[in-house]
Structure formats: C-alpha cells, structure tokens
Write a protein that binds this ligand. Sequence first.
Ligand code: FES
Length: 157
Amino acid sequence: MINHFNLKVAKMEKYLKEFAAEQKELIHILHKTQVEYGYIPPEAITAISKYLNISESEIFGVLTFYKAFSLEPRGEHIVTVCMGTACHVRGGPQIVEEMARSLDIEVGQTTADNKFTLETVNCLGCCAIGPVVVVDGKYYSQITVKKIDGILKDYKE
Ligand code: FES
C-alpha cells in the first residue's frame, strides 16, 4: 500500500533544501508547499518547524494571518460566488444555495471526488456585471440559478 504520509515527507525534504534554513524563508516555503499540494498538510507544518527551528504554533499564526494559505485540501476547480453587497441584492444568496445544492457540499467544502471547492468572496470589483461567479479565474457575469448547471457541466467532464 502506498504511504501518502511518507511520500509527502520525501517530496518536502527535497524542496526544503532549496531554501536556507532561516526564518525569513517561512513564507516562501509555505508558498511552495501550497503550490505542491494545493494546501498546507499537517505533516508539512511539522517538517517546516523542524527545518527552520520554529514552533508549529508560530507557523499556524502565519497560516491563519494570510488567507492565501489553505489548511484543507482544495478541489481541482475552485468555484467562487460573490457575496458582496451588489451581487447579494441581485440574488447572490440564491446562487450560493443552488451551487451548494448542485455540488452537494456547503460553502468552504470540497466534493468527495476532489473536483470542486465552493467558496464565497466579498466583492470581486466588477459589481456592474453581478451576480458574479468565478471558476478557476474565469468570470461568469449576470448569473441566474438556471445558468449554474451549465457552468458546472464544463468542469465536470
Ligand atoms: S459585489 Fe460582487 S463584484 Fe462587487
């Protein structure tokens, strides 16, 4: 049986050596880890803590401060529904509800097949074309509940 824990640690040990064992490298190492795994696995925190000789709680502090880092595995496709004021008044809550129903997950969760993660955001800066949904960086404007299955279909294949 493949031991995923050992595989992750072995991979990490390789790329950790690319960085100096200095605290100022922490953010760079976390970025690299996020790119490699799509999130920051618990075993990575332990390995980084040993390598940089800093406590795991210090690393957690940095992880919770920077929203770019995720402590949970994320799906292959990231679906973001805008819940800013302008999108909210044009039906944002119904869009989120339908998206969650269609994917069979709650906001913040990832589907069992690891295909989709559903997230919300407070304004994407394009309020005039709301309600807005973004999938993997692609913007979908003036979304209605009826358009949702069509959008997701493109990513389900
Ligand atoms: S409120 Fe949705 S883009 Fe601004």
